[in-house]
Design a protein around this ligand. Structure first.
Ligand SMILES: NC(=O)c1ccc[n+]([C@@H]2O[C@H](COP(=O)([O-])OP(=O)(O)OC[C@H]3O[C@@H](n4cnc5c(N)ncnc54)[C@H](O)[C@@H]3O)[C@@H](O)[C@H]2O)c1
Length: 381
């Protein structure tokens, strides 16, 4: 399903260091600015989190065994690296239906897992003694609209499979949701945790379905279901076909050619976060003590910006950047999504704090994408 070019760039990305956010983030994290701490380096609250996690989800002692589905996508590979730093290389089992690059295969365990094959998933959970599933397999908003039957299967049937599996084997289950789970009837600025949703894309419909089914299984069967609604996630890895992808493309085109044609209007405001915040939010939420969670589904975000504002910040590094605007069908999707996401409940309940703001995000992306673009050059000549 992924183009050869996308896979090739993902192969390059595999060799890159883990993403990090400079400035405030680096002072809060270790001096070496790494994205995830090693377990031995965790201190205070984080150490307690790690210890309680290690013993809580199942009967197993030691770190949890974590299966990531759809792990070769934009979020999966970096999530695997993050969790391997915390829990050890063999604690994280990456899986997908596409072939991993040699680099990824050498980083730790990687297996084939089709989210539509329930028996195959059962075999993996039993054989590898899985404790947590992080369920990333999905067709994103723009791709989903192009193949609705497949999106229904992967995004809805796939969730049925992992939820049933997690119930049968008493696993902790994380399923990401999105700002795309809201629609034109939702309040857009700000969009609170609980409000009207009624999305208009199959992606959004499937995510509301996952949220509600997960909450139902939690209340009915005690399933430890956890779900964060992410905004657009920005990283130097190629995105998977969502509406917020323009932000990543802008960095690549700015640094390759100095020109970018944007498929959204210049004033389209959308919530966003850097991948370092996204991964950390997921891990902090997964390890949050149950009594801190007043809900099973939380909004999280870091900032909101428009293409025009992003271009303005990027011109500090690429002053000659020219951006033109030609809105396409993704504009309709963006117009029905939140502009400013209210994540105050996550902040109050389990202590969510973002670390990367717009200027830090741009600085980091310029460094990371700049390094990728440099590596592409010999192949082009
Ligand atoms: N990236 C974002 O900005 C963002 C924002 C909000 C929520 N999310 C959610 O986070 C999750 C991961 O997003 P991403 O950006 O990494 O997506 P992505 O499109 O980059 O990756 C999805 C992966 O799912 C895999 N997949 C497809 N069909 C499959 C099947 N039948 N069985 C197993 N795997 C299959 C694909 O091969 C791909 O590697 C998704 O659920 C997405 O909805 C992402």
């Amino acid at each position: 399903m992924l183009s050869r070019a996308v896979r090739a760039v993902r192969g390059l990305a595999a060799a890159a260091p883990a993403p990090s956010c400079p400035g405030e983030a680096s002072s809060r994290m270790t001096a070496t600015r790494r994205l995830a701490p090693a377990a031995s380096e965790l201190g205070g609250e984080q150490h307690r989190r790690h210890r309680s996690t290690a013993s809580s989800p199942t009967d197993s002692q030691g770190p949890p065994k974590i299966l990531i589905t759809g792990s070769l996508g934009q979020l999966g590979l970096e999530m695997a690296r993050f969790l391997r730093r915390v829990y050890g290389q063999d604690s994280v089992l990456m899986s997908d239906i596409i072939k991993a690059s040699r680099d990824v295969a050498e980083e730790g365990p990687y297996i084939f897992a089709d989210i539509l094959d329930f028996k195959g998933l059962q075999e993996i959970v039993v054989t590898h003694r899985v404790d947590w599933i992080i369920h990333f397999s999905a067709l994103l908003s723009a791709v989903g609209e192009q193949n609705v039957p497949l999106a229904v299967r992967v995004n809805i049937e796939g969730v049925h499979n992992v939820i049933e599996l997690a119930k049968q084997y008493k696993l902790r289950l994380f399923v990401p949701s999105t700002i795309g789970s809201f629609g034109p009837d939702s309040p857009r600025n700000p969009t609170p945790n609980v409000t009207v949703q009624r999305p208009r894309t199959i992606y959004g419909v499937s995510k509301v379905h996952a949220e509600l089914l997960g909450e139902y299984y939690h209340h009915r069967f005690g399933l430890d279901f956890r779900c964060l609604r992410f905004p657009g996630v920005i990283s130097s890895d190629p995105p998977g076909g969502g509406t917020t992808d323009y932000a990543v493309f802008m960095f690549y085109e700015a640094l390759r050619t100095g020109r970018f044609e944007c498929y959204l209007r210049p004033d389209t405001r959308l919530p966003m976060m850097h991948i370092s915040d996204c991964l950390r939010s997921l891990w902090e939420f997964m390890t949050a003590p149950t009594d801190r969670l007043h809900r099973r589904v939380y909004n999280v975000t870091a900032m909101s910006f428009t293409p025009e504002e992003l271009a303005g910040e990027l011109r500090k590094y690429v002053p000659e950047l020219e951006v033109t605007y030609r809105p396409d069908s993704r504009q309709l999707i963006a117009d029905s999504w939140p502009q400013v996401f209210d994540d105050s409940e996550a902040r109050a309940d389990w202590g969510w704090r973002h670390q990367c703001n717009l200027s830090q995000l741009v600085e980091t992306m310029v460094q990371e994408v700049g390094a990728q673009v440099k590596r592409e050059k010999p192949a082009d000549n």
